[in-house]
Write a protein that binds this ligand. Structure first.
Ligand code: ATP
Length: 138
């Protein structure tokens, strides 16, 4: 079985009407948080900062301490089973403007409940639930 490791972020921005969370539309059709493969020698947080920049153009990101969680899943790639683990952080940005990379079909900023509905996978919804359970005001 192949092993794959990524890191990503539940990225939000504050607006007068509350927090908005960023979701990306992946080429295989699902909606998920920004994430990407860990490159050799990178810390998880370095991967997240790099991937956010590459995938959205956003360069001013700060991490919210106290949140780090991991999701795992399996998928088939070219007939081979892949076991994938993705470490997620909680991060914020003042930037609304997104320049989506060619690796994605689109993006959307959504309020907490709308983001919960838009996320394709239960693992991602569970992450958001954990964020809200932290006492973090969503
Ligand atoms: P990365 O952003 O880490 O570079 P990627 O774009 O290469 O990732 P994934 O988003 O991991 O790929 O998707 C690879 C496959 O796994 C797709 O078929 C997708 O539908 C499936 N997949 C993605 N996330 C999950 C999940 N949380 N649970 C189950 N299957 C998932």
């Amino acid at each position: 079985m192949l092993e794959e490791r990524s890191a990503g972020a539940i990225l939000y921005r504050e607006s007068p009407s509350g927090k908005f969370y960023l979701l990306l539309n992946y080429p295989s059709g699902h909606w998920d948080f920004v994430k990407g493969n860990i490159e050799k020698g990178e810390t998880f947080r370095q991967t997240v900062v790099r991937e956010i920049k590459e995938e959205t153009g956003i360069s001013d990101v700060s991490f919210i301490d106290g949140f780090e969680d991991k999701v795992q899943y399996h998928y088939q790639r070219d007939g081979e089973l892949v076991h994938k683990e993705v470490v997620f952080f909680l991060a914020k940005t003042p930037t609304e403007r997104v320049e989506i990379s060619h690796e994605h079909l689109g993006f959307i900023w959504l309020k907490f409940n709308d983001a919960m509905q838009k996320l394709t996978y239960k693992t991602a919804q569970n992450l958001m639930r954990k964020v809200s359970e932290l006492g973090f005001k969503t």
